[in-house]
Write a protein that binds this ligand. Structure first.
Ligand SMILES: [Cu+2]
Length: 198
């Protein structure tokens, strides 16, 4: 998408307001999704150019990654997750399926108002379960434009495997696809399905 087209599309969907923040913080370039281990995590939410389909689109990302980093936690640990919002709008991160105090659940309007632009919110809770989960924004179209990642919670059992893979299926929404969606899919465009190995 060229700049003129981007500006037209942005204006049409109210995204033009994002531009001053983009100019201030800069727009990231996509980095390969990596795994983060430990019990303290620093996550930065921002806009990042990604190119999955051949057409660059502006995605909402964590640490410039799409999908977001895979978080490896350990049952019994107390995890601290510092989430900084570099967007020009509120954001949020919700830990899907995770047992935790409601104040740490990350759904705006339930336990907190969300994370305001420029703010850092610190999540801290004890990990009480094992398994594969995911986390995502609970604000606007941020999840649909990229803000989601996997969580792997381990215990003390050592698996006898050479290598473990996490597979994420992304229904990617480009600007065109998203706008078509908003117009009711009357022209029959389909979003592009891609498979990423984390
Ligand atoms: Cu969820």
């Amino acid at each position: 998408m060229d700049r003129r087209r981007f500006l037209q599309t942005s204006a049409a969907f109210g995204l033009i307001a994002v531009l001053p923040a983009i100019a201030k913080e800069g727009v990231g370039e996509q980095k390969p999704t990596t795994a983060l281990h430990g019990n303290t995590f620093d996550l930065y939410i921002k806009k990042t150019w990604v190119n999955i389909t051949g057409t660059p689109v502006l995605a909402t990302t964590i640490n410039d990654m799409l999908p977001a980093p895979t978080l490896y936690w350990k049952k019994g640990d107390i995890v601290t997750i510092r989430v900084t919002n570099h967007l020009d709008e509120p954001t949020s991160l919700h830990w899907h399926g995770i047992i935790l105090p409601y104040t740490m659940d990350g759904v705006p309007g339930v336990s907190y108002p969300g994370i305001m632009p420029g703010q850092t919110f610190v999540y801290r809770f004890k990990v009480q379960q094992t398994g594969t989960y995911w986390y995502h924004s609970h604000t606007g179209f941020q999840e649909q434009t990229g803000l989601h990642g996997a969580i792997i919670i381990e215990d003390d059992i050592t698996l006898n495997v050479d290598r473990e893979y996490v597979v994420a299926l992304l229904d990617t929404a480009s600007m065109i696809c998203k706008s078509t969606f908003l117009l009711g899919l009357e022209r029959g465009y389909a979003c592009v399905l891609s498979i990423s190995l984390l």
